[in-house]
Design a protein around this ligand. Structure first.
Ligand SMILES: Cc1ncc(COP(=O)(O)O)c(C=O)c1O
Length: 469
């Protein structure tokens, strides 16, 4: 009797589940209709006010029904994501060529024997200092190639903590540091530890595309906050508050910024961080370009402002030219570091010791970093000077990094088509702005080639832009 009863109930559950799916399909087709209207009116797909209204209404109703708040939040987030995805597919049917495609095409052209001027690359042209290379070889010879702790070797964790403490007057201990496989892994793990499925990750744009890719890969909702060159790439006052909902968990900031070269003054950083804190957001501060700062030795850091509620992402890639070593770090509270180390252990067990030894050696060579950043600054100034000769180009003058993100002042400019054509016809590679958000009028230029090469590249660029008029 009771087994029969259970089967009847199971049948009822099946029916209800199907009904939920039918309603989801109906919901989706309504979303598509709205997508059509938005497309006709030229409106953005994302409408945070409507989303917040829907979420709040649903939470109230769920409470009346006795449903769990967190469950409701996730369910609504999933439904909203589905609508946004459906609408984005409708609105944006054209396939853009991204940085990756330009990068591989440039490589292919080089392989075929063509000289290509590579201004699209996101890594410096210098490699690790010679003593770092030697240390790597020595460490390998000494057998520093065994499994070890997921946290990283204590000497390196201490070295990183001390470096930050010396620069910013903080008091980090080795237990606040996790050695990671570059900044990428640090960001991946941070998002995983600090948020849950369906949570929102807020990112000011233009932004490094991996924030979106990682967040979405982990089933989080990526929420961009658009800034513009006209506003000096600054988040409008109150913009964060307007965009935060009950599902917002993280804010990722990246100053000095890839791709704009914008850094925040300590005052600006403080305002932004405090606003984020008031909104209940945890902050991931990606400071991999911290020393690429043209107004002082180091860019302002989140560690100067907050004691908790954030994690810092650092890397050896850009500063010491160690991109292929794949080594970076996370700084945060011990509880966070413990959780992050656990995940790192599941991914890769540990970062190879010979690479950690190399990084430890690199920490001792600040002069090398300074010399390379001086050279980068010269190149950036050179590019700025060349760009200023073209009245169609507008650009933020840069506070740091090795990037510039100029805007081509032609309404129909399409960075993707332009980058493709520039590469094919003029053998110059640049990164299309559309890879960093809806910035079709922009391109990203990297100052990672000697000035003589940059000069030829920019002459061709200016020429190609003039032909568009
Ligand atoms: C803003 C930003 N963050 C993090 C990274 C990751 O660098 P890595 O993983 O080599 O440390 C990059 C690399 O391009 C970057 O531009």
């Amino acid at each position: 009797m009771s087994e029969l009863e259970a089967n009847n109930i199971r049948g009822e559950i099946k029916r209800i589940t199907k009904e939920i799916l039918r309603l989801a399909a109906e919901r989706r087709s309504l979303s598509l209709k709205i997508g059509d209207i938005k497309s006709k009116l030229g409106l953005e797909v994302l409408d945070r006010r409507i989303e917040a209204e829907l979420l709040n209404d649903s939470l109230k109703y769920a409470e009346e029904l006795g449903l769990d708040r967190d469950f409701t939040r996730r369910l609504i987030s999933l439904l909203i994501s589905d609508s946004v995805k459906a609408q984005e597919e409708k609105v944006d049917r054209t396939k853009e060529v991204g940085l990756r495609e330009i990068f591989y095409m440039a490589l292919e052209l080089e392989k075929s024997g063509r000289k290509v001027i590579r201004l699209e690359i996101g890594e410096p042209d210098f490699t690790a200092p010679i003593d770092v290379i030697q240390e790597t070889c020595n460490a390998l010879r000494e057998g520093k190639s065994r499994y070890l702790s997921s946290y990283g070797i204590i000497e390196l964790r201490r070295g990183i903590a001390e470096r930050i403490n010396t620069i910013y007057g903080t008091d980090f201990k080795p237990e606040n540091v996790l050695v990671t496989g570059g900044g990428v892994m640090a960001i991946y793990i941070s998002i995983q530890v600090l948020s849950s499925l369906g949570d929102e990750v807020i990112v000011p744009e233009p932004a490094w595309p991996l924030y979106r890719q990682i967040a979405e890969h982990l089933g989080r909702r990526y929420v961009p906050l658009r800034t513009s060159l006209e506003d000096k790439w600054t988040l409008r006052n109150g913009m964060l508050q307007e965009n935060v909902t009950d599902s917002s968990k993280l804010l990722i900031i990246n100053y000095p910024n890839n791709p704009t070269g914008r850094a925040l003054s300590l005052h600006e950083l403080k305002n932004l961080v405090e606003e984020a804190h008031e909104c209940g957001l945890t902050i991931i501060s990606d400071e991999v370009y911290s020393q690429y700062y043209f107004h002082d030795s180091y860019a302002p850091s989140i560690v100067q402002i907050l004691d908790s509620g954030y994690v810092l992402v650092g890397s050896f890639s850009k500063m010491w030219g160690m991109t292929g070593y794949r080594i970076g770090y996370l700084i945060g509270e011990k509880e966070f570091i413990d959780k992050a180390a656990y995940i790192l252990g599941l991914m890769i067990t540990c970062i190879p010791e010979f690479i950690q030894r190399a990084a430890l050696k690199a920490l001792q060579d600040d002069e090398y970093v300074k010399k390379n950043i001086e050279e980068t600054k010269k190149r950036i100034n050179y590019i700025l000077n060349m760009l200023s000769r073209n009245s169609l180009i507008k650009v933020y003058p840069s506070d740091g990094t090795f990037y510039l993100f100029p805007k081509i002042d032609l309404p129909a400019f399409n960075s993707s088509d332009f980058a493709l054509n520039l590469l094919k016809e003029h053998s110059v590679a640049v990164a299309p702005g559309s890879g960093f958000g809806p910035y079709r009028q922009h391109i990203r230029l990297s100052a990672v080639k000697p000035i003589e090469e940059i000069k030829i590249g920019l002459e061709k660029l200016n020429q190609a832009i003039s032909l568009l008029q």
